[in-house]
Design a protein around this ligand. Structure first.
Ligand code: AMP
Length: 289
């Protein structure tokens, strides 16, 4: 595995592979890697000749009162995991290589960046789309891999790629979960033992909502109410930012079920902010459309 810090060298390495007719798969991450990240690497390896993984804790996507400074970092462990997973290039840029003095550009995908998580994290998705755009321009991958865990992020990046005519295939991979259903996340490291046990409430609210929907006789409104009740019953939840049933593309709250429906939750458990989601596909007769 090549371990590269300088964007120009990653660009040249990736270009050399492409010139030899090799396809390049790319997995952007913020490090502190877990099995969820490694599953994206496996998808990338199965579909490409060469796999590039970036590790960059992007300051531009953290708000002033968010966890940038304490975000877990363990580069040595991450590199060992990537090497073992058969990654070809690990790209670990320094912040000033990505945002040199005088950097002025911001990529903003309107509307969908302001909903759900965007409403609680102003500027977050501009930070994400700007850095992903830069990473795409450096790596120039054929395919890029994202997790469904960050569903809104995948929607925003897909829209950016479409609107800006990017010639990159985006692949959204399923959420990997712990045995008790909790979605794997680097931020789970913030949870103490009691909070970690309480974190199952997200998966519980999602699965209970999903089975209620499948049984029929519900509306998005009644399912939303039910999700809030499940979350409210967990005393360690300090804030429910959103929970409900949303349009898979516009991310607006639904009043009628559609063929595909997004169930999504964001909440705070102690100081940790956790998100999770599930896609529910319905037969046409159950959905309004
Ligand atoms: P992060 O390092 O949190 O920025 O995540 C890097 C990529 O891994 C993103 O595309 C995430 O959606 C994805 N990811 C994070 N957690 C999981 C998970 N539990 N299962 C699958 N993919 C994930």
């Amino acid at each position: 595995m090549e371990n590269i810090r300088i964007p120009r060298i990653v660009r040249e390495t990736s270009r050399a592979h492409r010139l030899k007719g090799r396809s390049v798969g790319f997995v952007p991450t913020m490090g502190s890697l877990h099995q969820g990240h490694l599953s994206l690497v496996r998808y990338a390896k199965s579909e490409n000749d060469v796999v590039v993984v970036s590790i960059f804790v992007n300051p531009a996507q953290f708000g002033p009162n968010e966890d940038f400074a304490k975000y877990p970092r363990d580069t040595e462990r991450d590199l060992a995991l990537l090497e073992k997973a058969g990654v070809d290039v690990a790209f670990l840029p320094q912040a000033d290589a990505i945002y040199p003095d005088g950097f002025l550009t911001e990529i903003r995908i309107n509307d969908i960046s302001d909903k759900l998580c965007g409403a609680f994290r102003p500027g977050h998705f501009s930070g994400v789309s700007t850095v992903v755009n830069k990473l795409f321009n450096i790596v120039r991958p054929d395919r890029a891999y994202f997790g469904q865990k960050d569903y809104q992020q995948a929607v925003v990046i897909r829209k950016m790629a479409e609107d800006l005519n990017m010639d990159i295939e985006l692949v959204v991979c399923p959420t990997l979960r712990e045995k008790d259903g909790v979605a794997m996340s680097s931020r789970n490291a913030y949870l103490d033992k009691a909070e970690r046990a309480a974190a199952t409430v997200l998966f519980r609210a999602l699965t209970e909502a999903a089975s209620a929907i499948r049984q029929g006789g519900t509306t998005p409104l009644s399912v939303t109410k039910m999700m809030h009740e499940v979350l409210a019953a967990e005393p360690l939840v300090t804030e429910v930012q959103y929970a409900g049933v949303y349009d898979i593309r516009t991310l607006d709250a639904l009043t009628e079920f559609q063929r595909a429906n997004l169930l999504a939750i964001a909440l705070k458990l102690g100081t940790a902010r956790l998100i999770d989601n599930m896609l529910i596909e319905l037969q046409t007769e159950q959905s309004g459309k």
